[in-house]
Design a protein around this ligand. Structure first.
Ligand code: WA2
Length: 281
Protein backbone atom coordinates (compact mmCIF):
# COMPACT_ATOMS: atom_id res chain seq x y z
CA UNK A 1 0.00 0.00 0.00
CA UNK A 2 2.80 2.44 0.90
CA UNK A 3 5.02 1.38 -1.95
CA UNK A 4 2.04 1.65 -4.22
CA UNK A 5 1.52 5.26 -3.15
CA UNK A 6 5.19 5.99 -3.79
CA UNK A 7 4.93 4.42 -7.21
CA UNK A 8 1.86 6.57 -8.01
CA UNK A 9 3.73 9.66 -6.94
CA UNK A 10 6.72 8.75 -9.06
CA UNK A 11 4.52 8.24 -12.11
CA UNK A 12 2.75 11.51 -11.58
CA UNK A 13 6.05 13.40 -11.25
CA UNK A 14 7.37 11.73 -14.40
CA UNK A 15 4.34 12.63 -16.47
CA UNK A 16 4.30 16.26 -15.26
CA UNK A 17 8.02 16.62 -15.93
CA UNK A 18 7.82 15.04 -19.37
CA UNK A 19 4.91 17.30 -20.27
CA UNK A 20 6.90 20.41 -19.31
CA UNK A 21 10.00 19.20 -21.11
CA UNK A 22 8.01 18.48 -24.27
CA UNK A 23 6.36 21.88 -24.14
CA UNK A 24 9.66 23.69 -23.67
CA UNK A 25 11.26 21.70 -26.45
CA UNK A 26 8.38 22.46 -28.84
CA UNK A 27 8.53 26.18 -28.12
CA UNK A 28 12.28 26.10 -28.57
CA UNK A 29 11.91 24.30 -31.87
CA UNK A 30 9.27 26.73 -33.14
CA UNK A 31 11.50 29.66 -32.19
CA UNK A 32 14.50 28.13 -33.97
CA UNK A 33 12.48 27.58 -37.16
CA UNK A 34 11.49 31.22 -37.26
CA UNK A 35 15.06 32.33 -36.75
CA UNK A 36 15.97 30.33 -39.82
CA UNK A 37 13.17 32.03 -41.75
CA UNK A 38 14.51 35.40 -40.63
CA UNK A 39 17.97 34.47 -41.93
CA UNK A 40 16.36 33.75 -45.31
CA UNK A 41 14.55 37.09 -45.18
CA UNK A 42 17.85 38.92 -44.64
CA UNK A 43 19.46 36.94 -47.44
CA UNK A 44 16.62 37.78 -49.85
CA UNK A 45 15.99 41.42 -49.06
CA UNK A 46 19.35 42.66 -47.83
CA UNK A 47 22.06 40.68 -49.61
CA UNK A 48 20.28 39.79 -52.85
CA UNK A 49 18.98 43.30 -53.60
CA UNK A 50 20.86 46.43 -54.60
CA UNK A 51 20.25 48.67 -52.87
CA UNK A 52 19.23 46.63 -49.83
CA UNK A 53 15.52 46.68 -49.02
CA UNK A 54 16.25 46.42 -45.28
CA UNK A 55 17.65 48.95 -42.86
CA UNK A 56 17.80 49.00 -39.05
CA UNK A 57 14.34 50.60 -38.77
CA UNK A 58 12.57 48.11 -41.05
CA UNK A 59 14.39 45.16 -39.50
CA UNK A 60 13.47 46.24 -35.97
CA UNK A 61 9.86 46.78 -36.97
CA UNK A 62 9.54 43.44 -38.73
CA UNK A 63 11.26 41.60 -35.87
CA UNK A 64 8.94 43.23 -33.34
CA UNK A 65 5.81 42.41 -35.32
CA UNK A 66 6.81 38.76 -35.74
CA UNK A 67 8.08 38.31 -32.16
CA UNK A 68 5.07 36.11 -31.38
CA UNK A 69 6.54 33.53 -33.77
CA UNK A 70 9.61 33.14 -31.54
CA UNK A 71 8.07 32.62 -28.11
CA UNK A 72 11.29 31.88 -26.20
CA UNK A 73 13.41 34.69 -27.62
CA UNK A 74 13.61 38.20 -26.26
CA UNK A 75 15.25 39.55 -29.41
CA UNK A 76 17.08 38.94 -32.65
CA UNK A 77 20.18 40.49 -34.21
CA UNK A 78 22.05 40.24 -37.48
CA UNK A 79 25.83 40.47 -37.80
CA UNK A 80 27.55 40.79 -41.16
CA UNK A 81 30.92 39.38 -42.19
CA UNK A 82 33.56 42.05 -42.80
CA UNK A 83 37.18 41.23 -43.68
CA UNK A 84 40.00 43.34 -42.33
CA UNK A 85 40.58 44.73 -45.82
CA UNK A 86 36.95 45.84 -46.09
CA UNK A 87 36.83 47.43 -42.66
CA UNK A 88 37.60 51.06 -43.54
CA UNK A 89 35.12 51.21 -46.37
CA UNK A 90 32.48 49.42 -44.30
CA UNK A 91 32.89 51.84 -41.39
CA UNK A 92 32.68 54.85 -43.71
CA UNK A 93 29.48 53.49 -45.28
CA UNK A 94 27.89 52.76 -41.90
CA UNK A 95 29.02 55.99 -40.28
CA UNK A 96 30.28 54.14 -37.19
CA UNK A 97 33.26 52.00 -36.26
CA UNK A 98 33.36 48.33 -35.29
CA UNK A 99 33.65 47.88 -31.52
CA UNK A 100 35.00 45.09 -29.37
CA UNK A 101 32.83 43.45 -26.74
CA UNK A 102 34.02 43.29 -23.14
CA UNK A 103 37.00 45.58 -23.72
CA UNK A 104 38.19 45.62 -20.14
CA UNK A 105 41.39 47.57 -20.83
CA UNK A 106 41.25 51.26 -20.01
CA UNK A 107 42.14 53.60 -22.85
CA UNK A 108 45.38 55.38 -22.12
CA UNK A 109 45.36 59.11 -22.97
CA UNK A 110 48.56 58.93 -24.95
CA UNK A 111 51.91 57.21 -25.31
CA UNK A 112 53.31 55.99 -22.04
CA UNK A 113 54.56 52.93 -20.20
CA UNK A 114 52.87 49.70 -21.07
CA UNK A 115 51.85 50.74 -24.57
CA UNK A 116 54.14 48.32 -26.27
CA UNK A 117 52.32 45.44 -24.62
CA UNK A 118 48.92 46.94 -25.46
CA UNK A 119 49.87 47.38 -29.12
CA UNK A 120 50.84 43.74 -29.24
CA UNK A 121 47.44 42.65 -27.89
CA UNK A 122 45.55 44.96 -30.26
CA UNK A 123 46.72 43.13 -33.35
CA UNK A 124 43.97 43.55 -35.98
CA UNK A 125 41.62 40.62 -36.41
CA UNK A 126 41.42 38.96 -39.83
CA UNK A 127 37.69 39.44 -39.96
CA UNK A 128 34.81 40.87 -37.98
CA UNK A 129 31.11 40.24 -37.43
CA UNK A 130 29.60 43.60 -36.47
CA UNK A 131 25.87 43.70 -35.71
CA UNK A 132 24.09 45.85 -38.31
CA UNK A 133 20.45 45.05 -37.44
CA UNK A 134 18.85 44.40 -34.06
CA UNK A 135 15.44 44.22 -32.48
CA UNK A 136 14.87 47.30 -30.30
CA UNK A 137 15.50 45.50 -26.99
CA UNK A 138 19.04 44.72 -28.23
CA UNK A 139 19.90 47.99 -29.98
CA UNK A 140 22.89 48.26 -27.63
CA UNK A 141 24.68 45.47 -29.54
CA UNK A 142 24.68 47.40 -32.85
CA UNK A 143 28.26 47.89 -34.17
CA UNK A 144 29.76 45.33 -31.76
CA UNK A 145 31.99 42.67 -33.30
CA UNK A 146 30.41 39.33 -32.33
CA UNK A 147 33.70 37.53 -33.07
CA UNK A 148 35.29 39.46 -30.19
CA UNK A 149 33.42 37.56 -27.47
CA UNK A 150 34.35 33.95 -26.70
CA UNK A 151 30.83 32.45 -26.57
CA UNK A 152 29.56 34.32 -29.63
CA UNK A 153 32.72 33.59 -31.58
CA UNK A 154 32.63 29.87 -30.94
CA UNK A 155 28.96 29.82 -31.87
CA UNK A 156 29.44 31.70 -35.15
CA UNK A 157 32.39 29.53 -36.22
CA UNK A 158 30.41 26.38 -35.50
CA UNK A 159 27.30 27.72 -37.25
CA UNK A 160 29.04 28.59 -40.51
CA UNK A 161 30.99 25.35 -40.67
CA UNK A 162 27.95 23.15 -39.98
CA UNK A 163 25.30 25.09 -41.91
CA UNK A 164 22.85 24.30 -39.10
CA UNK A 165 21.33 26.18 -36.21
CA UNK A 166 23.68 26.10 -33.22
CA UNK A 167 23.48 27.13 -29.57
CA UNK A 168 25.80 28.61 -26.98
CA UNK A 169 25.93 27.44 -23.39
CA UNK A 170 24.11 29.86 -21.08
CA UNK A 171 26.33 32.94 -20.52
CA UNK A 172 26.10 36.49 -19.23
CA UNK A 173 25.05 38.78 -22.06
CA UNK A 174 26.07 42.41 -22.59
CA UNK A 175 22.89 43.43 -20.76
CA UNK A 176 24.06 41.35 -17.76
CA UNK A 177 21.24 38.83 -18.10
CA UNK A 178 21.78 35.11 -18.49
CA UNK A 179 21.04 34.00 -22.03
CA UNK A 180 21.59 31.47 -24.78
CA UNK A 181 22.29 32.57 -28.36
CA UNK A 182 21.13 30.55 -31.32
CA UNK A 183 22.78 31.28 -34.67
CA UNK A 184 21.99 30.60 -38.31
CA UNK A 185 24.45 31.46 -41.06
CA UNK A 186 23.55 33.39 -44.19
CA UNK A 187 25.51 32.20 -47.25
CA UNK A 188 26.16 33.69 -50.67
CA UNK A 189 23.07 33.16 -52.80
CA UNK A 190 24.64 30.93 -55.46
CA UNK A 191 25.84 28.61 -52.71
CA UNK A 192 24.85 24.90 -53.06
CA UNK A 193 22.91 23.22 -50.26
CA UNK A 194 25.43 20.39 -49.98
CA UNK A 195 28.98 21.52 -49.52
CA UNK A 196 32.12 20.70 -47.60
CA UNK A 197 32.76 22.49 -44.28
CA UNK A 198 35.64 24.48 -45.81
CA UNK A 199 33.40 25.72 -48.65
CA UNK A 200 30.72 26.68 -46.15
CA UNK A 201 33.16 28.72 -44.12
CA UNK A 202 34.23 30.61 -47.24
CA UNK A 203 30.67 31.22 -48.45
CA UNK A 204 29.37 32.65 -45.14
CA UNK A 205 28.33 36.31 -45.36
CA UNK A 206 26.40 36.91 -42.15
CA UNK A 207 24.97 35.50 -38.94
CA UNK A 208 21.42 35.73 -37.67
CA UNK A 209 21.17 35.31 -33.91
CA UNK A 210 18.22 34.79 -31.60
CA UNK A 211 18.58 35.67 -27.94
CA UNK A 212 16.87 33.16 -25.64
CA UNK A 213 16.08 34.79 -22.33
CA UNK A 214 15.71 31.52 -20.45
CA UNK A 215 14.92 32.81 -16.96
CA UNK A 216 12.05 35.06 -17.95
CA UNK A 217 10.56 33.07 -20.77
CA UNK A 218 10.70 29.58 -19.32
CA UNK A 219 9.07 30.96 -16.19
CA UNK A 220 6.26 32.45 -18.24
CA UNK A 221 5.82 29.19 -20.12
CA UNK A 222 5.70 27.00 -17.02
CA UNK A 223 3.26 29.29 -15.27
CA UNK A 224 0.75 28.62 -18.02
CA UNK A 225 0.55 25.03 -16.84
CA UNK A 226 -1.79 23.76 -14.20
CA UNK A 227 -0.18 22.30 -11.11
CA UNK A 228 2.75 24.66 -11.41
CA UNK A 229 2.85 25.15 -7.62
CA UNK A 230 3.30 21.49 -6.92
CA UNK A 231 6.56 20.83 -8.74
CA UNK A 232 9.94 22.48 -8.95
CA UNK A 233 11.62 22.63 -12.34
CA UNK A 234 15.28 23.06 -13.18
CA UNK A 235 16.85 23.13 -16.63
CA UNK A 236 20.56 22.45 -17.19
CA UNK A 237 23.06 22.54 -20.00
CA UNK A 238 24.83 19.23 -19.35
CA UNK A 239 27.19 19.35 -22.33
CA UNK A 240 30.27 19.55 -20.14
CA UNK A 241 31.08 17.65 -16.98
CA UNK A 242 29.87 20.50 -14.81
CA UNK A 243 26.21 21.26 -15.59
CA UNK A 244 25.26 24.91 -16.10
CA UNK A 245 21.93 25.98 -14.66
CA UNK A 246 19.66 27.58 -17.26
CA UNK A 247 16.51 27.85 -15.23
CA UNK A 248 15.46 27.47 -11.58
CA UNK A 249 17.73 27.78 -8.60
CA UNK A 250 16.76 25.59 -5.69
CA UNK A 251 17.45 22.08 -6.95
CA UNK A 252 18.18 20.97 -3.40
CA UNK A 253 17.08 18.28 -1.05
CA UNK A 254 17.00 14.60 -1.66
CA UNK A 255 13.94 12.57 -2.26
CA UNK A 256 12.23 11.74 -5.46
CA UNK A 257 13.19 13.50 -8.65
CA UNK A 258 12.60 12.93 -12.33
CA UNK A 259 15.00 13.67 -15.18
CA UNK A 260 13.41 14.45 -18.57
CA UNK A 261 15.72 14.81 -21.54
CA UNK A 262 15.46 17.89 -23.73
CA UNK A 263 16.45 18.15 -27.36
CA UNK A 264 17.08 21.71 -28.50
CA UNK A 265 18.24 20.66 -31.96
CA UNK A 266 21.99 21.22 -31.64
CA UNK A 267 23.57 17.73 -31.51
CA UNK A 268 26.71 19.02 -29.82
CA UNK A 269 24.85 20.32 -26.78
CA UNK A 270 23.00 18.37 -24.09
CA UNK A 271 20.14 19.57 -21.92
CA UNK A 272 18.12 18.08 -19.07
CA UNK A 273 15.07 19.04 -17.09
CA UNK A 274 14.95 17.97 -13.45
CA UNK A 275 11.67 17.99 -11.52
CA UNK A 276 10.85 17.55 -7.84
CA UNK A 277 7.76 17.82 -5.73
CA UNK A 278 7.62 20.93 -3.58
CA UNK A 279 6.33 19.16 -0.47
CA UNK A 280 6.98 15.78 0.97
CA UNK A 281 3.87 13.60 0.92
N1 WA2 B 1 23.23 39.42 -28.75
C1 WA2 B 1 22.78 40.18 -27.73
N2 WA2 B 1 23.44 40.37 -26.59
C2 WA2 B 1 24.63 39.75 -26.45
C3 WA2 B 1 25.16 38.95 -27.48
C4 WA2 B 1 24.42 38.79 -28.66
N3 WA2 B 1 24.86 38.02 -29.67
N4 WA2 B 1 26.36 38.49 -27.03
C5 WA2 B 1 26.54 38.98 -25.79
N5 WA2 B 1 25.51 39.75 -25.42
C6 WA2 B 1 24.18 38.39 -34.00
O1 WA2 B 1 25.35 34.93 -33.59
C7 WA2 B 1 25.13 36.15 -34.18
C8 WA2 B 1 24.18 37.89 -30.91
C9 WA2 B 1 25.05 37.22 -31.96
C10 WA2 B 1 24.36 37.07 -33.30
Amino acid sequence: ENSQAVEKRRESLASMCDERARMLQDQFNVSMNHLQALAILVSTFHHAQTPSAINQATFARYAERTAFERPLTSGVAYAVRVTHGERDQFERQQGWSIKKMYSSKKKSPGPGPGDAATAEIREPAEEYAPVIFAQDAYKHVLSFDMLSGDDDRENILRARESGKGVLTAPFKLLNNRLGVISTYTVYKSEFPAYARPQERIQAAIGYLGGIFDIEALVDKLLHQLAGKQSIMVNVYDTTNEKPISMYGSNDTGGGMYHNSTLNFGDPSRRHEMHCRFMQKP
